[in-house]
Design a protein around this ligand. Structure first.
Ligand code: PGA
Length: 242
């Protein structure tokens, strides 16, 4: 695992944006895996600026988001569809039909999950996957569990994740209890992975991801088995690493 120590959240965001921009520059038809949450927002802002100032073209690129809440419509402001639209896609030149986010309103969730994996496969697989990390070392919505998940699947959220995400909703009761998430197996198939972490509350999870025993109880630890991971941490998140 390659580790970049950034001085600040802004520095982490810029370094991540440069990797995405470089991928798009190198291969305009790149397939990106994108993440939501507070952590990648700065990266998206940098990418919007890079796109606007340098004209890096995403019109032939494709994107797949990691996850979506079950039961939220795409135009629900708390949905990850809306998150991506508001922070990123509205400013970029991805073609609408090349933007993929799991459908949280699907009537048949297992079918939606299988179709999502099939669409990723048919697109040629993800070239560059962006990940955040949860305090419990989850990636996507792959929570600590007895085994590693494989493909895209339905998740029952842990109460710790519901609490952590309540800040985006008017109350904790409004946080959906279920989500669709790409599985660990699907994430591990990405050709390259960029894992971002910022803030002291992520330091322990980052330590487990890098030095911990590889275990489904700390899902990010599986990244130790991926051949091309770049971890970008700010000072606080990287405090337990050497
Ligand atoms: P955060 O979430 O970026 O909002 O901290 C990351 C995650 O839970 O994967």
């Amino acid at each position: 695992m390659r580790i970049l120590f950034a001085d600040s959240y802004e520095d982490m965001s810029l370094e991540a944006a440069k990797l995405v921009a470089a991928e798009a520059w190198h291969n305009p038809q790149s397939i990106f895996g994108f993440a939501t949450g507070d952590t990648p927002i700065g990266m998206y802002q940098c990418l919007v600026e890079i796109h606007q100032h340098f004209g890096i073209d995403f019109s032939q690129a494709t994107s797949f988001n990691l996850d979506e809440y079950v039961g939220l419509a795409p135009d629900n402001p708390q949905s990850y569809h809306a998150f991506m639209q508001n922070h990123f896609f509205q400013y970029m030149n991805f073609r609408r039909e090349c933007i993929h986010v799991p459908n949280g309103l699907a009537e048949n969730i297992p079918e939606e999950c299988a179709q999502y994996d099939k669409t990723i496969r048919e697109a040629g697989g993800i070239d560059l996957q962006i990940l955040g990390i949860g305090r419990n070392a989850h990636i996507g919505f792959n929570e600590p569990a007895d085994g590693f998940t494989r493909g895209t699947h339905e998740v029952i959220l842990k109460s710790s994740t519901i609490q952590a995400n309540a800040r985006f909703f008017s109350s904790v009761e409004d946080v959906p209890r279920r989500a669709i998430s790409m599985g660990i197996g699907a994430i591990m198939q990405a050709k390259r992975i960029v894992l971002l972490a910022s803030g002291s509350e992520k330091a322990e999870a980052v330590y487990k991801a890098v030095h911990g025993l590889v275990s489904s109880q700390a899902p990010a630890s599986v990244l130790q088995f991926h051949p091309a991971v770049t971890l970008i941490v700010d000072k606080a998140a990287g405090a337990k690493l050497q």
